[in-house]
Ligand binder design. Structure first.
Ligand SMILES: [Zn+2]
Length: 111
């Protein structure tokens, strides 16, 4: 049996919108211009991530059903994304290191 290899489309490179993070992707279709990479996403508060994913799922379902709530849900999902983004901007990179480990890293001169 011949295996069919599915080609994944490649789009223009989009960088993670968190300052200091250098990750990027070519898997997101335009017009998307801002993305939060997986490792930054996991640093965001869980309740904000859950809120985003709950309404993102509702938006996907609404689009499939051609519902008239699509525009409203798009707005809610956009606001939820911005809340995650703001939370990450207030928490600079490296802030997720536990206090004891941070102290040890400082003693060793690594921080
Ligand atoms: Zn990132």
């Amino acid at each position: 049996m011949k295996q069919v290899r599915r080609e994944r489309p490649v789009y223009p490179r989009v960088f993670c919108c968190i300052p200091g993070c250098k990750r990027s992707t070519t898997r997101i279709a335009p017009p998307c211009e801002s993305v939060i990479c997986g490792s930054c996403w996991r640093r965001a508060p869980k309740h904000l991530r859950d809120y985003y994913s709950r309404f993102s799922r509702r938006l996907t379902i609404a689009r499939k059903r051609n519902s008239d709530r699509v525009a409203l849900l798009e707005h809610v999902v956009d606001q939820a994304f911005r809340r995650v983004w703001k939370a990450l901007l207030e928490q600079p990179l490296g802030d997720d290191i536990p206090t004891l480990m941070r102290e040890q890293l400082r003693k060793d001169g690594l921080l």
